[in-house]
Design a protein around this ligand. Structure first.
Ligand code: FAD
Length: 338
């Protein structure tokens, strides 16, 4: 049987590794970092069906995930809209989730090499899957996140729209609240939570900044990423790319993690067939790439169109007006986006 090599031990890479091991395939996974660790992420897992969790065999990782269903959309400190999701999103920190998946992968007999960054990832290599996370780009968008320990919420998830920024605050395990923002980069001083609060104030989100200032914060959870770009699917590549390495959907959808798992689900069958010698590598790769395109094309396109409405003051005002006139069809949009 042929071995599969996975580069990148985030959600796409680890869940694929676990599923392949469950199917008896030999897997080596290289991860540049280590576990556990905090990651910049809203930690709001929206649109992940139980069937995908089951197909990947990762039920155990979600054992104490919080069920989050009610969303408050807030602009300039004023409630804009309340949304009740058709099915609950899962609230679980990346600190726990990635660590649990890594443990599951090893427990299933996967070979995990941490602190191992693979240098050259360009070009087709038979049996190699790239799950490297987002592609870097020259942009001025950054992401910040931290956990607050006593932070009462208006709803299960609050989404605050600010000036060239939006911030989500949601419940995760152990009574924690994760705050995560997508911001235009600014030159602000400070460290950890001070930086986050500075960004909130610069975006005009003073209410949220005041609440955070008064909360108990886990400073070790603060993290940041720069050069964010939300892009269309990069499926027509000589490499097989999954998760954010294939396409990054704008974070407001809360769907990037579900897409990482779904992309692993799409890849599973063809990769098992390759490992057993029933498909050549190039046929397996192209089969997966076609499945990814079919599954994600529409939601990526719609999310790209909507993203500016959350970030720009003029477009937010239009959104407010449309919303007041009951012209924002949240339920159909949610269906298309997940
Ligand atoms: C600000 C922000 C908020 C977000 N909020 C949400 C949200 O609320 N809900 C949601 O569903 N999604 C959200 N997302 C998106 C979500 O975080 C990603 O879609 C998800 O992490 C993608 O998983 P992945 O496995 O593709 O990549 P990652 O989880 O990024 O994993 C990639 C891994 O590859 C490793 N790696 C990279 N290069 C190499 C190399 N050369 N060799 C070895 N290892 C390598 C990295 O160390 C990393 O561990 C958010 C994203 C941002 C930026």
């Amino acid at each position: 049987m042929k071995r599969i090599e996975i580069v990148g031990g985030g959600l796409a890479g680890l869940s694929l590794g676990i599923a392949l091991r469950n199917a008896g395939v030999s897997v080596t996974l290289f991860e540049a970092g280590n576990y556990p660790r905090h990651r910049v992420c809203g930690e709001f897992i929206n649109g992940l069906a139980p069937s995908t969790i089951h197909a990947l065999g990762i039920e155990d990782a979600f054992r104490d995930a919080v069920l989050n269903r009610d969303v408050a959309w807030v602009r300039a400190g004023r409630a804009l809209r309340h949304q009740r999701l058709r099915s609950p999103a899962l609230g679980l920190s990346r600190y726990e989730l990635d660590q649990r998946l890594a443990e599951l992968f090893v427990a299933r007999g996967g070979e995990l090499q941490t602190d191992h960054r693979v240098g050259d990832t360009e070009g087709e290599i038979s049996g190699r899957v790239l799950a490297l996370g987002r592609r870097r780009a020259r942009t001025t968008w950054i992401g910040l996140k931290l956990h607050a320990l006593d932070f009462p919420l208006l709803r299960d998830l609050e989404v605050h729209l600010g000036e060239r920024a939006y911030v989500g605050a949601t419940r995760v395990e152990n009574g924690r609240v994760n705050l995560c923002g997508f911001f235009q980069r600014r030159s602000l001083g400070g460290r950890g939570a001070q930086i986050f609060i500075g960004y909130l104030r610069a975006a005009g989100l003073d209410d949220l900044a005041d609440r955070l200032r008064d909360a108990e914060i886990d400073e070790t959870s603060f993290c940041a990423v720069a050069a964010l770009q939300c892009d269309r699917a990069a499926v027509a590549t000589p490499e097989l790319r999954l998760g954010d390495a294939c396409a990054m959907i704008p974070p407001f959808t809360g769907n990037g993690m579900a897409m990482a798992f779904q992309s692993a689900e799409c890849a599973l069958g063809p990769l098992v067939a390759f490992a057993h010698g029933n498909l050549s590598w190039s046929v397996a790769r192209q089969t997966v790439q076609r499945a990814l395109r079919r599954r994600f094309r529409v939601r990526l396109a719609v999310a790209q169109i909507l993203h500016p409405f959350l970030l720009q003051r003029g477009m937010q005002a239009t959104l407010s007006l449309l919303n007041r006139a009951q012209l924002v069809p949240l339920t159909p949009l949610h269906r298309v986006l997940h």
